[in-house]
Write a protein that binds this ligand. Structure first.
Ligand code: SF4
Ligand code: SF4
Length: 97
């Protein structure tokens, strides 16, 4: 794939091209008791991989599709995200940089 073709990829297309070697142990843990007190829930809007979702005002989290950007840790106003990289060799493997 050329640079020009790569630049035309949409975010979803680029994400779908990645592969994951998912660890059994989550590399991100969320203290959901703090989420109850969180009014704005920025993680739901800003996680590029859609790992945070809302169901009846309850925050759900799945780490399997995480692209390890660190956004959730930075934007969380309640310090509810315990963030680590996956174990060596696990997690996302980027196909397009
Ligand atoms: S931003 Fe933090 S506290 Fe708020 S819903 Fe997300 S993980 Fe929970
Ligand atoms: S590190 Fe990035 S991709 Fe992974 S859960 Fe947090 S915001 Fe989503």
């Amino acid at each position: 794939m050329t640079i020009q073709q790569l630049k035309k990829l949409k975010v979803d297309e680029a994400l779908n091209a990645n592969v994951w070697d998912v660890d059994e142990e989550p590399h991100i843990k969320v203290d959901f008791s703090k989420c109850v007190e969180c009014d704005t829930k920025p993680c739901v809007r800003l996680c590029p991989a859609g790992c945070f979702t809302l169901l009846d005002k309850e925050v759900l989290f799945s780490y399997e599709g995480c692209v390890e950007c660190g956004t959730c840790r930075i934007v969380c106003p309640k310090d509810a995200v315990d963030w680590n990289y996956p174990l060596s060799g696990r997690g996302v493997q980027y196909r397009f940089g």
